[in-house]
Design a binder for this molecule. Structure first.
Ligand code: R5P
Length: 282
C-alpha cells in the first residue's frame, strides 16, 4: 500500500498507478495545542510505502507518525520514499555549536523503516547518515520532457555543484551546450553572489538548471546576468520547486519566461512527475 503525507497526495497517487499498488487514505488532524495526528484507519497489508516530502517541519511529524502507524497496523516491511529531503543542505556543522541537521533527520527516519528512497538529494553523501539501505533516484532527465523547441540552447547551472544535473537535462533534450556560474552564499545573512562565466548567451535560449529553487535568489541573480547579456527565452528548471515566500515573483521580475519543476514538491509548476523513476526503484 502506498501511504501519502498531506503534501504528497498527487505524487503518491501517480506512484500507486505506476506500481499497481493500492493507495491509502490517511487522515490528518490537529489538536487544540497544535500537535498533529496523521493516521491510517483503513491500512491493510504486509508492505507499506510511506511517501513524504519534507518541505515544512510538520512533514517530518507526518512521516514519523505514518511510519509508526503502518507498523502498528501490521506492516512487516516499510519503505520510506522521501522525494524532497529537507535539511539536506545542513550536511555539516558549518559553525561551532551547529547541528548536522541532515544526520539528525536521517537517524530519526531510519528507526521506522527498512529502506529509504531519495530523489536527487542535495549531496548523495547524505545516504551515509541513514542506518538502513538507501536508493537514490536521479529524476533530472524528466525536466527535458516539457521543454519547447529551443534556439541554440545553453543548459546552465548557477553553481558548479549542479552542472551534472544541467548535463543530464541537456543529454535528455538531445542537443545544446552546457556551462556553469560560480556562486558564493554568505552564511551570516544568506545573500548570494554570482560570478558568471564568459558564456555567450546573446540571442540564445537558456535553461538554467538547479536541484532546488528555494528563495529564488540563486536563480534570479543568474537570470539577471543572462538578461544583461541579451539572452532570448530563459527557463528556470529544477527538480525540487520549493519556491518559498516570494520566489516566483523574484524569478518573474528577473525575466524568467517559465518555471519548470517536478512533483517532488507539489507546486503550480510541477509539470513532470518523478513517479515512473521512483517506481523503477521500488
Ligand atoms: C544550493 O547549493 C542549491 O543547489 C541551490 O542552488 C539552492 O538551494 C537554491 O537556493 P535559493 O533558491 O534560496 O537561492
Amino acid at each position: 500500500m502506498i501511504v501519502p503525507t498531506s503534501g504528497t497526495q498527487t505524487l503518491a497517487a501517480a506512484l500507486a498507478e505506476e506500481t499497481g499498488s493500492p493507495l491509502a487514505t490517511p487522515t490528518f488532524e490537529r489538536f487544540a495545542d497544535g500537535e498533529r495526528l496523521a493516521a491510517i484507519p483503513e491500512f491493510t497489508g504486509e508492505t507499506a510505502t510511506v511517501v513524504a516530502s519534507t518541505v515544512a517541519d510538520g512533514d517530518w511529524i507526518e512521516l514519523l507518525q505514518l511510519q509508526d502507524a503502518v507498523r502498528e497496523a501490521g506492516a512487516s516491511e516499510v519503505t520510506t520514499v522521501i522525494p524532497y529531503l529537507g535539511y539536506a543542505r545542513q550536511d555539516q556543522s558549518f559553525k561551532p555549536g551547529q547541528p548536522v541537521s541532515a544526520r539528525a533527520m536521517a537517524r530519526a527516519v531510519s528507526t521506522g523503516t527498512d529502506r529509504v528512497v531519495l530523489v536527487n538529494p542535495h549531496e548523495t553523501a547524505v545516504r551515509e547518515f541513514f542506518s538502513v539501505p538507501v536508493a537514490i533516484v536521479d529524476a533530472a532527465a524528466t525536466l527535458a520532457e516539457p521543454l519547447p523547441d529551443l534556439r541554440d540552447p545553453l543548459f546552465l547551472s548557477p553553481d558548479a555543484g549542479a552542472i551534472g544535473i544541467a548535463e543530464t537535462v541537456r543529454d535528455a533534450y538531445g542537443s545544446g551546450a552546457t556551462d556553469y556560474f560560480e556562486k558564493h552564499r554568505d552564511r551570516e545573512d544568506g545573500s548570494v553572489e554570482i560570478t558568471p562565466s564568459d558564456a555567450s548567451v546573446a540571442d540564445r535560449d537558456v535553461v538554467v538548471v538547479d536541484d532546488i529553487i528555494a528563495t529564488g535568489s540563486t536563480m534570479s541573480k543568474s537570470v539577471a546576468v543572462l538578461q544583461e547579456r541579451g539572452a532570448d527565452r530563459v527557463v528556470a528548471a529544477c527538480v525540487h520547486p520549493v519556491l518559498a515566500s516570494n520566489a516566483v515573483s523574484k524569478l518573474r521580475a528577473a525575466g524568467v519566461e517559465r518555471i519548470l519543476g517536478t512533483d517532488t514538491v507539489e507546486r503550480a509548476c510541477s509539470d513532470v512527475s518523478v513517479a515512473p523513476a521512483i517506481a523503477a526503484r521500488l
